[in-house]
Ligand binder design. Structure first.
Ligand code: ATP
Ligand code: MG
Length: 233
């Protein structure tokens, strides 16, 4: 997936100023930046929930930026939004089966059992209402819901936000497995250390523009260049 010169506005407020990035197939790109840098706006623009006011979003070379969010999701781009939204009054299992209804019939690799293999602690809770799960379990369920759509590209918006370190490690383990299975992942994070353990490539935003980009190895070699643009945890 490639972004070419993506601009975005909220009303008259110009928030993204020509974002270029390339997510290589089967790799994980960490999109970093301080609060308000434009990370979530970038993901919303890719998912079609906020229409870009300029530039292109290409999936397998095909432009998708003018399509409605449902069509973009069916093409294989799935967003796990910030704040891990699940249906609180539905059970874990119902949340997953509802998500399966919105997918293209052709590709069929994900099912509820596979989500439970990835996040085993969801399985004993399959009949529990999602609203009563812990924050970590809700995050796992939110990721599971996106997977039920059989994505090619997964957009994860701050999956570690507000979670205890032990739980963050479990979520990170799941993300690492998804990458190993060949999914392309765009991971928004404020947790620099976590992002660096998972990333192949790094893009850092500052006030709606790319401030730094490189491979994870390049950023590891000179972390002070990256952290100058971050509020490091
Ligand atoms: N719905 C909105 N209406 C108007 N302005 C918005 C809206 N959502 C975000 N913004 C503004 O757009 C800019 C980018 O916000 P965005 O949510 O993309 O940042 P972020 O990098 O995801 O930050 P955070 O780390 O806090 O989630 C900020 O200045 C923010 O105040
Ligand atoms: Mg955000």
């Amino acid at each position: 997936m490639v972004l070419q010169g993506v601009h975005a506005h909220y009303g008259r407020s110009h928030v993204l100023h020509g974002i270029d990035l390339a997510l290589r197939r089967g790799s994980l790109l960490a999109l970093l930046g301080r609060n308000g840098a434009g990370k979530s706006t970038t993901l919303l623009s890719i998912a079609g929930l906020l229409k870009p006011t300029g530039g292109r979003v290409l999936l397998d070379g095909q432009p998708v930026e003018s399509q409605v969010p449902e069509a973009i999701a069916r093409r294989g781009i799935r967003l796990v939004p910030q704040g891990r939204r699940v249906f609180p009054s539905l059970s874990v299992q119902e949340n997953l089966s509802v998500a399966a209804q919105a997918r293209e019939s052709g590709r069929k690799s994900w099912n509820i059992e596979r989500v439970f293999e990835l996040f085993p602690q969801l399985k004993p809770r399959h009949r529990q209402r999602a609203g009563t799960l812990s924050g970590g379990e809700q995050q796992m369920l939110a990721i599971g819901r996106a997977l039920m759509g059989n994505p090619e590209v997964l957009l994860l918006d701050e999956p570690s936000e507000g979670l205890a370190p032990l739980i963050v490690a479990e979520v990170a383990e799941g993300i690492a497995r998804l990458k190993a299975e060949g999914l392309s992942i765009l991971l928004v994070e404020q947790n620099f250390k976590l992002a660096m353990t998972l990333a192949d490539d790094v893009v850092i935003l500052n006030t709606g523009a790319v401030a730094l980009r490189g491979t994870a190895a390049e950023v590891q070699a000179a972390p002070e260049l990256a952290t100058a643009h971050l509020s490091v945890i």
